[in-house]
Design a protein around this ligand. Structure first.
Ligand code: ZN
Length: 480
């Protein structure tokens, strides 16, 4: 009996131990499982809502979940927290689920933001039809924003062509832009330089702008309002710009720039004669002895070159005679007044053209040959520094060739006798293949030396030639 009770007691103890071990194991599994609530938000956890719209709940699911046994059953979710779609701000929408006497929460953030741009309203004045020349007078506009209110003062106004753009941005960064076409009766013109925007002209004494046209899209001629600016020195090769512009009453300017290239002439290369040659040249005439000189030249069949002036009108017809008798006529100077002609390039050109005009009238031909008074190496022009350097360059660029000399008869210097002139020329020709001889047909003793000079030259194997664009130039080194 006693033994039976003892056995029964032991059985209970075992059973309790087993129960205890099972409870321990269950508790351990529970801890490892770490069961909690898992939320599933429909849609993003952070979202924006345009001001003025109603918040629409997208919902949220919740399940219990653990490491060991995975997801369990669906739990009831309650949503809380208001989102006011009419008021800017950040709102929290909370989702709550209960599990094992404990509340779990998930939050969705909703930003109520302004997405509405301001509204720009353009006003128009009935019958208003401005001309571009008068300029456009703003007819008025307003800009109202749903949040910021009146933004009219913040409107940026851009007038371009025949349009005005109005742009405004509210505090939230929403931009509104509208455009208006200006109701011009006479519109914005376009300017077109006649002959194109790139012009190439040969260097010359003068330049005449080929002009321009200016008209609006409706064909109104606005050329009378165009101004042209930017000088072109046609005597000096280079690149020039000329700007054609119209500015209207409010300062809107339309302009076109024309590029003008003044191109220098290409002069032919000088051909050095193969045989002994004398180029007789006579300056400063025609004068009282020119006729006599022409008679002698005619008698011997010799051709010479005359660099003429306009100083003795009584003898102008000698220029024509010289040309008709086969001589070459070039320009020397109308006035031969150093202080006048070397005062400026303009003064030189004016004098030159006056003299060239005489040559043209007398011969019917223009000439491109000339000799500078005093020669290109003169220093009498030094009162105007550098003038000879500038003139030699510009005259060549314009296609004119100048000639100096390599034999000076000194007939305008200290030599005042025919035999002295002859001797100077003979000495000067010594050892030269070609002789560019300087004489003056206004000196009687120089003219009187001609017959003996021709005889001597022929005896010594010289032939006579006239100057031309391909003749030697005998240029002196420039001294100014
Ligand atoms: Zn002279």
């Amino acid at each position: 009996m006693k033994r039976e009770r003892k056995t029964k007691k032991r059985g209970i103890l075992r059973w309790l131990l087993a129960l205890y071990a099972m409870l321990l194991l269950a508790a351990l599994l529970f801890v490892i499982d770490g069961r909690h609530v898992r939320f599933y938000l429909n849609g993003p956890a952070e979202t924006e809502l345009a001001l003025g719209s109603a918040y629409e709940e997208q919902g949220c699911r919740a399940v219990s979940a653990g490491r060991l046994f995975g997801e369990g059953r669906e739990l009831a979710v309650t949503a809380s927290g208001e989102v006011d779609g009419e008021t800017l701000g950040d709102y929290a929408r909370a989702y709550t689920a209960r599990w094992l006497f404990q509340d779990y929460r998930a939050v969705r953030t909703v930003h109520v933001v302004d997405r509405t741009p301001p509204e720009i309203v353009l006003q128009t004045r009935l019958g208003y039809a401005p001309s571009w020349l008068e300029g456009y007078e703003e007819e008025g506009f307003t800009a109202i924003d749903n949040v910021d209110g009146d933004l009219t003062d913040r409107v940026e106004r851009l007038e371009h062509g025949e349009n005005v753009d109005y742009i405004v941005t509210d505090a939230a960064g929403n931009t509104a832009a509208v455009s208006r076409r200006i109701p011009y009766s006479v519109g914005r013109p376009t300017i077109e330089p006649t002959g194109g925007e790139n012009l190439e002209i040969p260097a010359a004494f003068s330049f005449t702008d080929p002009g321009f046209t200016a008209a609006d899209a409706k064909g109104h001629d606005l050329s009378a309002f165009v101004t042209a600016e930017g000088g072109v020195d046609p005597t000096r090769p280079g690149r020039y710009e000329r700007v054609y512009a119209i500015t209207n009453r409010v300062g809107d300017t339309i302009s076109v720039t024309r590029q003008i290239d003044v191109v220098p002439a290409v002069l032919p290369e000088a051909v050095i004669p193969e045989e002994k040659t004398i180029y007789l040249t006579f300056d400063d005439g025609p004068g009282p002895y020119t006729g006599q000189l022409l008679d002698v030249l005619k008698e011997y069949g010799v051709k010479a070159t005359f660099f003429v002036t306009c100083r003795y009108p009584d003898f102008f017809d000698m220029v024509g005679r010289a040309y008709r008798e086969g001589h070459t006529v070039g320009v020397h100077s109308a006035s031969h007044n150093y202080y006048e002609i070397y005062a400026s390039e303009e003064a030189f050109y004016e004098d030159f053209r006056r003299c060239e005009e005489l040559v043209y009238k007398q011969t019917g031909q223009h000439t491109t040959l000339f000799r500078f008074p005093g020669g290109s190496s003169n220093t009498v022009s030094s009162f105007n520094e550098g003038i000879m350097t500038r003139l030699t360059a510009s005259m060549n660029a314009m296609g004119y060739q100048y000639f100096d000399w390599n034999v000076d008869s000194d007939d305008a210097g200290k030599t005042h006798t025919s035999w002295g002139v002859l001797k100077n020329i003979q000495d000067g020709c010594e050892g030269k293949d070609y002789c560019l001889v300087l004489q003056h047909d206004v000196k009687d003793y120089s003219v009187a030396a001609l017959r003996d000079l021709i005889l001597w030259a022929r005896e010594n194997g010289y032939s006579f030639e006239t100057l031309s664009m391909t003749a030697p130039t005998a240029h002196h080194p420039l001294a100014n």
